[in-house]
Design a protein. Structure first.
Length: 57
């Protein structure tokens, strides 16, 4: 099994700006794949829940 999100992203220096760009990329990919809006929002909500473990302040 892999490392937890916080450990896996520690030291990468991921910024809020980079996080937002990635969220847009994910949303665009879901749109391009014609994922229904309900499921798209579910995915984005799950990913957003990982933010505090990925962003370095």
């Amino acid at each position: 099994m892999g490392r937890d999100m916080k450990t896996a992203h520690a030291g990468l220096g991921i910024t809020e700006k980079e996080w937002e760009a990635n969220m847009k990329y994910i949303a665009d990919a879901l749109d391009k794949s014609k994922v229904p809006e309900k499921e798209k929002e579910e995915v984005l909500t799950i990913v957003e829940g990982l933010k505090r473990d990925i962003i370095e302040k």
